[in-house]
Design a protein around this ligand. Structure first.
Ligand SMILES: C[S@@+](CC[C@H](N)C(=O)[O-])C[C@H]1O[C@@H](n2cnc3c(N)ncnc32)[C@H](O)[C@@H]1O
Length: 245
C-alpha cells in the first residue's frame, strides 16, 4: 500500500478507543489533545464521555464545505488504492471500512459546527500550545504510518523522515504532562513488524519519559501484531491496568 499524500479522512471515536487502548472513563475531567484530528469523531465522543478533547490538524484552516469535499475525495481515492493493494487480508471488509470513514465525517461535521472551539489548525512538529497543557496526547495514523515506503510506511514522499519523527515526537511530549499514545507503531504491510524507528525514538526520549509498545485489538486488515506506542512520565499515573487490552 502506498499513498502520494497524507489523506484527509478520519476514524470513528470507537475505532480510536480501540487503537489507543483507551478507556475514556479513566480520563474524565482531563484534557486531551488529538493531533491529527482529521475529519474523525474522537473529539465528539470524548466530550460526550466528559473528557475535554481538542482536535488539531493543519487542514482545519479550510472552511467546512472544503473539508467535506477533501474527505470524500480522499476516501474514494484510498478505496481505489486499497482495492488493488496486497497489503490487506482478502477477507477484510472494505465496504465497512469506507462506511466507517463516512460516518466519522458526518459526526465530525456536526461537532465542528456545534463546537468550533474544539478544533484548532496546527501542524507537527510545531504546535501552538504551552508546555504540559494536556494530560493525554493522542496521535493516530500519521507518525510511522506516513514514513516513506522504503522505511516501512506508506508515503511516496520523503518528508516524514526519521529526523521529522524525532521532532514531531519531541513536540507531542512537550505539550503533554502525563501521557502520549501513538498508533500505529508498526510497518504498513500485510504482516506488520514493529516500525524500525520505534527503537531509536525510545532510545532518544527526553529525561523524565518512559515508553513501551502495547498490543491492540484494532483490526485494519493486517495479519499479526498491530501495536501502539505508549509513553508516560514516571510519577504520573502512567499505564493503568484497567485500560489494557
Ligand atoms: C489519515 S489522517 C488521520 C486522522 C485521525 N488521526 C485517524 O487516526 O483517523 C492524517 C491526518 O494528518 C494530517 N496531517 C498532515 N500533515 C500533518 C502535520 N504535519 N501535522 C499534523 N497533522 C498532519 C492530515 O491533514 C490528516 O487529517
Amino acid at each position: 500500500m502506498d499513498l502520494p499524500r497524507v489523506v484527509f479522512f478520519g476514524r470513528s471515536g470507537a475505532d480510536a478507543l480501540a487503537f489507543f487502548n483507551l478507556d475514556l472513563a479513566s480520563w474524565r475531567g482531563c484534557r486531551v489533545l488529538d493531533c491529527p484530528g482529521g475529519p474523525g469523531s474522537f473529539t465528539a465522543l470524548a466530550r460526550e464521555a466528559g473528557v475535554e478533547s481538542l482536535a488539531a490538524d493543519p487542514l482545519y484552516t479550510l472552511p467546512l464545505p472544503e473539508l467535506e469535499r477533501r474527505c470524500r475525495e480522499d476516501v474514494a481515492f484510498t478505496m481505489e488504492r486499497l482495492a488493488l493493494s496486497q497489503t490487506l487480508r482478502p477477507d477484510f471488509d472494505l465496504a465497512r471500512f469506507r462506511q466507517g470513514k463516512l460516518e466519522a465525517l458526518e459526526a465530525f461535521l456536526a461537532d465542528r459546527r456545534a463546537h468550533p472551539e474544539a478544533y484548532r489548525a496546527a501542524a507537527l512538529p510545531s504546535l501552538p500550545f504551552a508546555a504540559a497543557s494536556f494530560d493525554l496526547v493522542l496521535c493516530g495514523h500519521l507518525l510511522f504510518c506516513y514514513a516513506p515506503i522504503a522505511d516501512g510506511g506508506l508515503s511516496e514522499q520523503p518528508d516524514f523522515d526519521l529526523d521529522w519523527h524525532r521532532r514531531a515526537l519531541a513536540e507531542l511530549l512537550r505539550v503533554s504532562r502525563r501521557e502520549v499514545r501513538i498508533y500505529p507503531a508498526h510497518t504498513i504491510e500485510r504482516r506488520p513488524r514493529v516500525h524500525p524507528w520505534v527503537e531509536p525514538l525510545l532510545a532518544g526520549l527526553p529525561p523524565g519519559w518512559q515508553g513501551q509498545l502495547e498490543p491492540t485489538a484494532y483490526d485494519e486488515g493486517f495479519e499479526g501484531e498491530t501495536p501502539l506506542l505508549r509513553l508516560w512520565r514516571p510519577g504520573s499515573p502512567g499505564p493503568r491496568r484497567s485500560e489494557g487490552p
